[in-house]
Write a protein that binds this ligand. Sequence first.
Ligand code: NAD
Length: 474
Amino acid sequence: MIEHIINGQKVASAETFETINPATGQVIAEVASGGADEINAAVAAAKAAFPKWAATPLKERARLVKKLGELIAANVSEIADLETEDTGQVTGQTKRVLVPRAADNFNYFAEHIQHMHGETYDSDTGHLNYTLWQPVGVCALISPWNVPFMTSTWKTAPCIAFGNTAVLKMSELSPLTANRLGELALEAGIPAGVLNVVQGYGKTAGEALVSHPDVRSISFTGSTATGNRIVKSAGLKKFSMELGGKSPFIIFDDADYERALDAAVFMIFSNNGERCTAGSRIIVQAGIYDRFVADFATRAAKITVGDPMDPNTIIGPMISAAHLAKVRHYIELGQQEGAKLVFGGGTPDVDEKFRKGFWVQPTVFADVDNKMGIAQDEIFGPVPCIIPFKTEEDAVRIANDTIYGLSSYLWTNNTGRALRLAKAIESGMTFVNSQNVRDLRQPFGGSKASGTGREGNHYSYEVFCEAKNIAVSY
Ligand code: NAD
């Protein structure tokens, strides 16, 4: 039984739900399902822990946060296996990339808080103005099921390092590693009540958390629909919203073809395509278009789909039966809309023991019109749309013709064109001649329907700190 962690104690609930291994369809564990009572208790614990934690000497707070990072690093294998079992994210990602990066998040902010600084202005009125970055208090941290451990540490690390206390609500589809995070925080010596973990559904635990009057700030990662709902009920709380995407991956005739092809394959099929920054609209210039479609389909056909615990697997199962049905709906829709299905569309041939899992083949649509539903909606699976274009202007127009603005990818060897497009494309992040590579010092986040606010470095102050100005007359 996976229970909540409230004020340093394991707490059960009368209601429970099951978490399922999406590769096999089998139940892994029963999980306590929290509601208003558990949220009230967790927020009360976080509120009570806040004054002492905020006043903990900086070096001690940094030591404890770093210790949590070290414990994660020491347990990468175990945490990665849990995450793979719970989500179907392949071990090649969880073990090699995602869990180690989660440890880095704590190391990074343990270091960062020792160098935080405000501004000072000496004014003609005879005042010295200076700024302090102060913690806000109790924060709600809400994470989705795709890469859940890393996403939750992305929030937890700056939140508690700055001196806040937190209630973490993980997706009901991926509760296991959030539970480990809560346990490891206590093992690191972080005081009870600083990081509380409440398991449960969005409608019950999630809504009770975001509408709680003692919660000062909400850091949310999830779908645009849920983000919109939360913003409406947040009132005057601070918030940052990391939401969905439909990112353009633009390849010009003059690009380094093989590298661009590799990166295009990686950016839609890694993490099972269940990736907010997926390059899901591959926009290819006319001169290389036919060759690219053929090569891309050949590469998709070679991708290993199957046991997510096998280090050679590239694509595992979809997270749930409901999500699989959604991805399949878009595969049907693409065919109805007249896009050309150049690979996939069916169910992969998996081992007997995986037959009850939630599988879909990597599926490639070409000759897609950007107005089609498959090009406009976030499918969140291994289903790219390949879209042809002729001119630079066309590329920008197609790239920006979306409600989303999370990431973008630009492949060209023309420096001037790269600079022009990097400026013109509406997205929070643009990668030029590169796949998505995260540098913890850079702002992560999106524009338009992909969200508000940024995570990382001092960009995290906006949601987790108050900028306090102090004016001293002399
Ligand atoms: P979701 O919006 O369904 O759920 C996200 C979280 O919100 C879950 O913990 C859920 O229980 C909770 N929730 C649901 N309703 C709620 C409510 N009314 N109040 C409070 N909490 C509520 O999203 P999902 O399906 O879990 O995740 C996939 C989405 O997340 C995709 O759209 C993806 O692009 C996005 N995502 C974005 C980023 C980013 O950094 N921009 C990163 C990862 C995932």
